[in-house]
Design a protein around this ligand. Structure first.
Ligand code: HDL
Ligand code: ZN
Length: 418
């Protein structure tokens, strides 16, 4: 019979958890943000927040304008349309809308004036360098991991020229075109001097590994990452599976880098929405099991996009210590699902996962994405620690701090160094 905790003890535990979660800095292990050296690629400010593809998708449910006509508008005009539709003509109740308001509130702006031009004027007065520090301080984000693609012609010139890194920004090697569009990627590698053949003949796999090695060194990456469709199968008689076996996994073993899989995205279900047009599907996670069991000397990071797959992902993580589960990705990054996923993960895999990543595309978003997640994580952790205390096992403040640091990046960093 577990003891009934006195109210004073319940309140004390809740207060320690809330303060610890609120004040512990995080390692944001997957974002689409950029080192300030990339200049305009690092998006920030009210208009970039409003034209974020999450809001574009939601706003189009109220628009009569054609897709192409919308995309031809200037960014400020797009932002004004989204503001009018989602904030003025309808209450900004969705997670992405509330996020914009959380950011404005935390910056000390009064969104209640509903005065977009004056908000825009405030942002125009900000210095970008100071603003990066301000956002990271407000969000308590200590390090931001970027998503860097050797196939992105907007960022590769900077990498090829070399630049002094901002130590707050680390890197991940994103290889979607290599695995999912081999027929177009192969000629690009060949054009860059790698002796690859579309039919995988000759020294193709060795040369793909050299390509990975060169970019991993140039970017100083923490892991290699790919997003995969629901139909992803491994092993399979596909170019993707052959490249994973012949090049990705050998390179990751040699370098000690984890292979990060983000599974379940259906690209372009409504292509006219551009970035906002991707959807979700439930994958067969037997492929993940096969990867983890078939390659015990490789490390895997994984997050999946469908809510229905989260329980299965936790069970697979229970079976394979070379798998590290992370974040509430994209369509699961909403309060109801974050709460469900965090509770499920704590129940099934204890503290051995990374609770969240922001996936931020616009710098300001780290403020809301982490504020909103911290609130939910604190709620669930409090419930779990109270359950512990009811058995007579009372978690100390030091133990709670240790646990939260683990969930906020410490466990990820230990997994990298294993
Ligand atoms: O593939 C990914 O990394 C996804 O996160 C996409 O970038 C997606 O557009 C996104 O930003 N989700 O939050
Ligand atoms: Zn992402």
């Amino acid at each position: 019979m577990s003891s009934i905790l006195p109210d004073a003890k319940r309140e004390a535990i809740a207060a320690v958890v809330s303060q610890t979660v609120r004040e512990t800095s995080v390692y944001d292990i997957h974002t689409h943000l950029y080192d300030p050296a990339f200049g305009e690629l690092l998006l920030w400010g009210i208009d970039d927040q409003l034209v974020y593809h999450y809001l574009v998708a939601e706003a189009f449910r109220h628009f009569d304008i054609g897709f192409e006509a919308f995309w031809r508008l200037a960014r400020e005009e797009q932002a004004q349309m989204i503001w009018d539709a989602l904030f003025v003509e309808n209450s900004p109740i969705s997670e992405a809308c509330r996020g914009v308001l959380t950011v404005l509130n935390r910056l000390g702006l009064d969104a209640n004036q509903r005065d977009l031009p004056s908000i825009r004027k405030w942002f125009a007065e900000q210095d970008s360098g100071d603003y990066i520090t301000r956002c990271m301080d407000l969000a308590k984000v200590r390090t931001i991991c970027m998503t860097n693609s050797p196939f992105d012609e907007l960022e590769t010139p900077k990498w090829n020229a070399g630049f002094e890194r901002d130590e707050r920004f680390t890197s991940a090697l994103r290889i979607d075109p290599l695995l999912l569009e081999w027929d177009t990627a192969a000629p690009r590698l060949a054009g860059a001097g790698y002796e690859v053949q579309a039919d995988f003949s000759g020294r193709t796999m060795e040369e793909v590994q050299r390509f990975l090695r060169d970019w991993a060194k140039r970017m100083d990456v923490l892991y290699v990452m790919v997003s995969l469709p629901p139909a992803f199968e491994y092993p399979a008689d596909t170019q993707c599976s052959r490249l994973i076996d012949g090049a990705i996994l050998p390179f990751c073993r040699e370098s000690g880098l984890p292979f990060a899989l983000m599974i379940g995205v259906k690209r372009g279900v409504n292509a006219a929405l551009q970035l906002a047009g991707d959807g979700v599907g439930k994958p067969d996670l037997a492929s993940l099991e096969n990867l983890c069991s078939g390659h015990p000397d490789n490390k895997f990071l994984c997050t999946v996009l469908s809510r229905e797959s989260q329980h299965e992902l936790c069970v697979i993580a229970r079976k394979f210590r070379n798998l590290h589960v992370f974040g509430c990705w994209w369509f699961t990054n909403i309060p109801s699902v974050i709460e469900e996923m965090t509770r499920m993960r704590l129940d099934l895999i204890g503290m051995s996962f990374t609770a969240q990543h922001s996936d931020a595309r616009v710098l300001d978003q780290i403020i809301y994405k982490w504020d909103h997640s911290r609130e939910i994580i604190a709620k669930v952790l409090t419930e779990k620690y109270l359950n512990l205390a009811a058995t007579g096992w009372e978690p100390s403040g030091v133990e709670i701090q240790r646990d939260v640091e683990g969930l906020f990046g410490g466990s990820f960093q230990r997994f990298l160094s294993r």
